[in-house]
Design a protein around this ligand. Structure first.
Ligand code: SF4
Length: 423
């Protein structure tokens, strides 16, 4: 029996952008001292630490965005180096080298101007949200209860509390701050999506906090909104949330192996056991009425088999897996741990692509979203052995039709939000 050739960095002389993105997550990036990055292009640590690196865009029609780790210890040994590159007529550019050889030209996007503006309350918009790829990410609410003394039983990969302490991120944000920042991002960059996330709050005031925020974002910006908060206590809570018009809900259980979950995420396990994530995901899929539901896991902190079981469970349920790649962010309890290897994870992403597409899940339906801190399901396809990439023809045709219909619906919602039940 012939074994299918696995995905590779370069295939038939062409760059495989999905492979390079995963490889950068797993191996990091060094920056040649001759590269001059502008102030606003420096890495910013926000959002649990996954976005600790340098934002890059790979060339080509796929517009693959990568947040490449550069600060972490493992990145100092990376075979990838960002170097100056002279384009035609000597105009300056940047390129990626791999093991000392030119791999591809890359772009480090300029810092968006709106991040240096202030909200009407005087808050720098750069402390309200961050651009990750082509969407705005906003942490909203108090610092996660897991970070509060005396227990401080944080998830051991998380840097949310440090981000606040370092001034990179603020918890002092009002709904008005977020709406004004989203409007500025929309007007300058043409973003289509705002992703709001929040940690645990022992007062349990989730609906009181996030329903008005989502409603304001939907009504005043017309942007698609995603929400990622701890599990809510009932199906009716998700029904109430759905009435705001929020398009996407995601739940981060991180690890599927119960023992590893308790070990890596002690505070999360105490406040919300794995069973409560499963139950909440079930309510979201069956009762919520959201356009899409995601379950988020981190690959590299448990066995690949366990991550694969999580993917299978989610897909069978009807939820889309979000597979983060573990990043041992500096300052976190796991900073000394090694990231997973590309070779170990590529088959996991390939499996997730086969399962998700064959099941007909609505992946990639929202227009204009390119994500830099995780591989999107469209990008998983690049990790599939080339001979298998044309499989699932009928589901892929149905998905293309669904995407076209969703884009039309999104435009209609933007123009006539109330007629489409938003807000
Ligand atoms: S739940 Fe865990 S990962 Fe999320 S903010 Fe709290 S400590 Fe960090």
């Amino acid at each position: 029996m012939s074994v299918a050739e696995p995905a590779a960095r370069v295939e038939n002389g062409r760059l495989n952008p999905g492979y390079v993105k995963l490889d950068l997550f797993c191996r990091g990036l060094r920056i040649d001292p001759a590269v001059q990055l502008a102030d606003g292009q420096q890495p910013v640590r926000m959002r649990s630490g996954l976005g600790s690196g340098l934002e890059l865009r790979l060339p080509g029609a796929d517009r693959v965005h990568v947040n490449a780790p550069v600060l972490e210890t493992f990145a100092q040994r990376s075979p990838y180096v960002l170097v100056p590159f002279a384009r035609g007529r000597g105009s300056p550019g940047l390129a990626l080298e791999h093991e000392g050889r030119f791999l591809t030209e890359v772009l480090v996007p300029p810092r968006p101007r709106f991040l240096d503006r202030r909200t009407s309350r005087g808050r720098p918009m750069g402390s309200i949200g961050v651009i990750q790829g082509t969407y705005l990410g906003v942490y909203f609410g108090p610092t996660c209860s897991n970070w509060k003394a005396p227990e401080r039983d944080i998830c051991r990969f998380c840097s949310v509390g440090d981000n606040v302490a370092s001034g990179d991120e603020s918890t002092d944000k009002t709904i008005e701050d977020v709406v004004e920042t989203a409007l500025a991002a929309r007007d300058e960059l043409g973003i289509t999506f705002v992703h709001v996330n929040g940690g645990f709050d022992d007062r349990g005031a989730y609906l009181e906090r996030y329903v008005p925020l989502v409603r304001a974002l939907r009504r005043r910006t017309g942007l698609l909104v995603g929400l990622q908060i701890p599990p809510l206590p009932s199906a009716s809570a998700y029904e109430e949330l759905a009435r705001t018009g929020v398009e996407n809900v995601s739940l981060c259980f991180e690890l599927w192996d119960e023992d590893r979950f308790c070990d890596v995420c002690p505070g999360k396990a105490r406040r919300s056991p794995l069973s409560s994530f499963r139950e909440a995901l079930g309510w979201c899929v069956r009762d919520g009425g959201f356009d899409t539901v995601n379950g988020e896991l981190i690959a590299g902190l448990e066995s690949v088999e366990s991550s694969r079981a999580a993917v299978d469970w989610l897909v069978d349920l009807g939820a889309i897996p979000t597979i983060c790649v573990f990043r041992p962010v500096l300052g976190t309890p796991l900073e000394g741990q090694e990231p997973p290897s590309t070779e170990a994870l590529a088959p996991l992403f390939a499996h997730a692509w086969h399962r998700t597409i064959a099941r007909g899940l609505p992946v990639g339906i929202a227009p204009g979203i390119h994500v830099s801190i995780v591989l999107t399901p469209e990008e998983w396809r690049w990790l599939v052995p080339p001979a298998e990439r044309q499989r699932h023809r009928l589901p892929r045709l149905r998905l293309a039709a669904l995407r076209a219909a969703y884009r039309t619906l999104h435009r209609a919602r933007r123009v006539m939000p109330r007629q489409y039940g938003v807000g």
